[in-house]
Design a protein around this ligand. Structure first.
Ligand code: SF4
Ligand code: SF4
Length: 361
């Protein structure tokens, strides 16, 4: 599975499932949005995870499962077992790693066994990671992954389109793999990186414009086993999760229950179709709080807006609206999605562009 296909599925409701395997991570990046460290012990119960992924049906499953953290490769045996279970139902499995293991420029056997159980492997790189694991070693380890036959990509994060670090790293990755390894380039945002796409959907100034929330499409298994409706880090970490953003818990729910709640929820349909601020503008008796996700969380205290969403999107019309929005985003393609939510200058690199010179420098 290549990166473009994976990102292309991002707007599909329940087309993917994000699983945070552990909050632990041996790196210490200053910008870490998941609050990860080796002291952060939180992780979902392995038995619950295996049971939850085991509930996928061949006709009722996410197309892709993305294993994230923290650092998911601190648990390579569990990652491989989960990949085996999900793939048995027909899902494909990707994993995003901070590459802590690559300090020697190689992939240790224990890690390689997990990597070869995947359909896609993504290496996360940024200026903080590079202080701990040099770029050359990461690229060498990535070469070993490709040589093992596993499609790979690089997730790069920088401060913005003019960040010289991004230009330099993009050029290096393209040179090292002759443009054959795609890149997802993001700008640092105060949101979870688990999504692979980290920017909030920009909102209209007064909610008069529909600004669909693409991140409300894939459920997320959080560090305590709660299943949240989106990967916004505030949603993933806040307890209790606002009811309209809580889809269940892996200890008691199966994939079918989570999927039904996500697809059938009028408020999630409206968030995916028009975004939270448009919803407030349409139904609220008081102005929405500033901020896209803040206004979404505030819906929990706005029963009149939730009731309005239920009227608008509770039935067949809401289902159709959801489908139409998905279809429009699918038609626009993965590069368009990255242009909106990642770093627009490098959006085209989400697809491998062999031999093409990098023009962003
Ligand atoms: S590698 Fe990722 S999860 Fe680990 S500390 Fe850095 S940003 Fe956080
Ligand atoms: S708008 Fe709501 S559903 Fe979308 S990312 Fe923000 S908190 Fe999550």
């Amino acid at each position: 599975m290549e990166l473009a296909e994976l990102i292309g599925l991002r707007p599909v409701p329940c087309g993917g499932l994000l699983v945070a395997l552990t909050r632990r991570c041996p790196m210490s990046c200053a910008h870490c949005s998941t609050g990860s460290s080796m002291a952060a012990a939180e992780e979902p119960d392995a038995g619950h995870l295996l049971r939850f992924l085991g509930s996928f049906g061949t006709e009722d499953r996410p197309e892709v499962v993305m294993l994230t953290g923290g650092e998911p490769l601190l648990l390579p045996e569990l990652a491989a077992r989960l990949a085996g279970v999900a793939r048995a139902a027909g899902s494909r499995v990707a994993l995003l790693s901070g590459m802590f293991f690559a300090r020697e420029g190689r992939v240790p056997d224990r890690i390689m066994r997990a990597v070869t159980a995947l359909d896609h492997f993504s290496a996360s790189m940024d200026v903080h990671h590079e202080r701990e694991v040099p770029r050359a070693q990461v690229l060498r380890a990535l070469r070993a992954v490709l040589d093992a036959g596993i499609p790979a990509s690089v997730h790069l994060t920088g401060t913005g389109p003019d960040d010289p670090y991004l230009a330099d790293a993009v050029a290096d990755v393209r040179r090292a793999f002759a443009g054959r390894v795609p890149l997802l380039v993001n700008e640092v945002r105060p949101l979870g990186r688990a999504a692979g796409l980290v920017r909030e959907t920009p909102a209209g100034p007064d909610g008069s414009r529909a600004t669909p929330c693409t991140l409300a499409a894939w459920p997320v298994v959080a560090f305590d086993g709660t299943v949240a409706a989106c990967c916004n880090q505030w949603t993933v970490d806040r307890r209790p999760v606002p009811p309209h953003l809580r889809l269940g818990h892996i200890a008691e729910d199966d994939w079918q229950a989570v999927r039904e709640r996500s697809l059938g929820s009028p408020v999630l349909r409206m968030l995916r179709s028009v975004g939270p601020q448009r919803l407030h503008a349409r139904h609220a008796s008081a102005p929405a709080p500033a901020g896209y996700c803040r206004s979404c969380h505030a819906l929990a205290d706005r029963p009149e807006v939730l009731a309005g969403a239920a009227r608008d999107a509770g039935g067949r019309v809401g289902e159709l609206l959801d489908r139409l929005t998905t279809r429009q985003q699918l038609a626009a393609g993965p590069a368009d999605l990255v242009r909106r939510m990642g770093c627009a200058r490098y959006a085209h690199l989400v697809e491998a562009v062999p031999g093409r010179e990098e023009s962003g420098r």
